[in-house]
Design a binder for this molecule. Sequence first.
Ligand code: UDP
Length: 480
Amino acid sequence: MQNENRELDIFFLPFMSHGHMIPLTDMAKLFAARGVKTTIITTPLNAPFLSKTIQRTKPLGRQIKIKVIDFPLSNSGVLPPWCQNLDSIPSQELFITFFETTSQLRKPLEDLLGQHRPSCLIADMFFPWATEAAAKFGIPRLVFHVISVMSLCAWQCLKLHEPHRRVSSYFEPFLIPDLPGEIKLTRMQLPEFVRQNAENYMTKLLENVIESEVKSYGVVVNTFYELEHEYAEHYRKALGIKAWYIGPVSLCNRDSKDKSPRGKESSIDELDCLKWLDSKKPNSVVYVSFGSEARFTASQLIEIALGLEASGHQFIWVVRRNKQDKDEVDWLPKGFEQRMKGKGVIIRDWAPQMLILDHEAVGGFVTHCGWNSILEAVSSGVPMVTWPISAEQFFNEKLVTQILKIGIGVGVRKWVKFVGDSVERRALERAAARVMEGEEAEEMRRKAKFFAQMAKNAVEGGSSYCDLSAVIQDLNSICS
Ligand code: UDP
């Protein structure tokens, strides 16, 4: 390598969505806390989301730097100039355009790498081309995976064996061959481009992602070994990938000031929110949130509202709507907010999720199974109602409900890109009851607390701490 006897200097390139930028920033903090020089590369409109977090790293003595590169103009010209984050795309039709546009970041990235010659580049999984870009300058590239190692194994096994091509209907279950845990899915629960055997930009991108895992120097995953040990072994041994498991990275945020400025500004006064939770009994509140991208139709939101009301449990519900859905009244049942006064809080847009999940009043989490959300729930010892929507979330659901047994599925049958499937109020009511009340709930809570302790141990001197030491040592040895 070119950087002789220099201290380790790592550039991080997160994909432009909150579910990717948040964990990559946490990871940069972990490296910085070990004395590594760290720089996050982002675009002008995404930089403000990072700056509050970054400022808090000053006292570490190793402040993370930010380098800003321009977000490319989309070739088709249809991506509005204010749209630099997947979370802000104005319509689902622009989903692929957004991904295509981010591939043009390669040139400015190369300029930056050529100019600064860092010792390593850790780039998000959605930038498979970053391996070659870094190799041009003799810089090793690590892939950063923001998904579970179980999902990584599942994708590989699906690609290899294509069991979904051998079923006769969209709803016939098939077993994923070679994958530990007897995991069954249906074609309907796979991404639409996979179930339709389509060839498009996304299928090509996923193929390139899988290839880049092998071509890169290695892979760092936001998980911890004990949580997914069978898959962690399978990924390293059966699939032969050099991987370090260094999560849950969110646990680097220890006090409430670190836990609150993650992603966007909260849409609720955090102190009011915590005060409300303080007034509730332990394990009596359901937290309902579907991550940074998923959105629902008004009719589905009404079902959620009625399901929560019928469950009789107190709740905090985060609602994100499409930008064009301006009407406030049509997505809530008549009189709902008055009836729920004191019993439920609706947060419109962005919640301080880590603070909420960490509060002892929260006894259950209705989640879309985004991997960050699951790891955050695991780290806080909160059992889940699983409501997967898209991406790899159906694999994560299986991990939670079938392998870890700390959650109950709400019964989603179909993968959809953004707007959630229709789940009836009674399904939500039933699943919430199973997670919040009775012996089954107690058992899940006990297990969830056990995993929370394991997660803490992993980052405080255990497996994740050691894997982080190992990757730093490894990079030091090849870069000196
Ligand atoms: N998040 C948050 N407040 C919200 C919604 C999301 O802080 O109102 C954070 C959440 O804590 C997690 C990330 O955003 O760290 C969402 O990532 P996840 O993988 O769960 O879902 P995605 O947004 O990628 O679908």
